[in-house]
Write a protein that binds this ligand. Structure first.
Ligand SMILES: C[S@@+](CC[C@H](N)C(=O)[O-])C[C@H]1O[C@@H](n2cnc3c(N)ncnc32)[C@H](O)[C@@H]1O
Length: 312
């Protein structure tokens, strides 16, 4: 792909815009693929900070802007009927360049995809103008506002750390300033109104309650470990589920909390300390290297493997 453009750049700016569009297309592809599979392929920032992305600032801006305008770009491309199968296979790059042509910076004719779309610029602009009329709005920004999905406000959940406090006492104390109710699915979980700010609340800072979402709180509750069990938490930092397991086991038995990342081990240990749990053994390493036949795991009854839980 680079061969098509090498030697034809008129300036460094043109050259870096060419690469930023291709790097942005790769990131956009990963984001859209993750959305389609409802998997967390990675946040945009984590994808941008991979070493293969050179122009991080420009690439980040281009991906965010293209995503913001994507429903419009898709409608414009559909209406303009200019894409054949070959270009549809490169749809991420097409989305990025279409964004640049319609809403961003002037696109030079370096690169096959740029040439293809720039030669059809009039068709794209006509399709956009028709879309504005059809949706009865004046400007592209009005269209962006129209297409924006209204934000769904999610309640604030807190899990009571029953190693330090019982649920009814937490309900009473938090209820002094907020509307609080018990969750009807996950025991020990309380529901507060969206945007309740509890970061500096004494019950949070002293570890009596943990600001933990419903999906995250379901994991240990679903396992329902009994006091005295041995459980291996395979990917444990920052440790919310680890200390939830400890609370459900009422401090009896053992939890082996495995964590690969050195910095996150520190965070894990802080969470454990805050929770007051005393039956958690931290194992810094790759759980894939844990030998199930090793005597240190011989009593392990269950493994908790949870890389990510989606917010509910
Ligand atoms: C999404 S977080 C887990 C959240 C955690 N279970 C909780 O509830 O707080 C994923 C963690 O798994 C760790 N991790 C990823 N692969 C691992 C592996 N092979 N062995 C151990 N830890 C791993 C990551 O470093 C990261 O800290």
């Amino acid at each position: 792909m680079v061969a098509e453009a090498v030697g034809r750049w008129k300036s460094n700016g043109e050259r870096s815009a060419y690469f930023a569009r291709r790097e942005a297309a790769k990131v956009l592809g990963s984001v859209l693929e993750g959305d389609a599979r409802r998997q967390a392929v990675g946040s945009i920032k984590s994808l941008i900070y991979r070493p293969c992305i050179r122009n991080k600032k420009a690439t980040f801006a281009l991906v965010c802007q293209t995503l913001k305008h994507l429903p419009i770009i898709k409608d414009v491309l559909d209406a303009a009927t200019i894409l054949n199968a070959k270009w549809k296979r490169q749809q991420d790059l097409i989305y990025i360049i279409t964004y640049d042509i319609l809403f961003g910076q002037a696109v030079s004719l370096v690169g096959d995809a740029e040439k293809f779309l720039m030669h059809r610029k009039d068709a794209l602009q006509t399709a956009l103008a028709r879309l504005l009329v059809k949706k009865n709005v004046k400007t592209p920004q009005d269209l962006v506002d129209l297409y924006r999905i209204p934000e769904v406000s999610k309640p604030r959940y807190v899990r009571v750390n029953t190693l330090k406090m019982d649920v009814d006492s937490a309900l009473l104390e938090l209820g002094q300033q907020n509307m609080v109710e018990k969750d009807n699915m996950v025991p020990d979980l309380l529901i507060l109104p969206p945007s309740t700010d509890l970061h500096n609340h004494p019950l949070v800072t002293n570890g009596s309650v943990f600001m933990q979402g419903k999906a995250s709180s379901m994991v240990a509750a679903a396992l329902d470990p009994k006091p005295g069990w041995e459980v291996l938490d395979a990917c444990s930092a920052p440790g919310n589920k680890t200390v939830h397991l400890a609370a459900l086991m009422r401090g009896k038995g053992k939890i082996i909390a495995c964590e690969l990342n050195k910095e996150r081990v520190i965070r894990l240990k802080e969470t454990i300390k805050l929770s007051g749990a005393s039956n958690i053994e931290v194992l810094h390493g790759d759980f894939l290297n844990c030998n199930p036949n090793d005597s240190s795991f011989s009593k392990v009854k269950y493994n908790v493997l949870c890389l990510h839980s989606y917010g509910l």
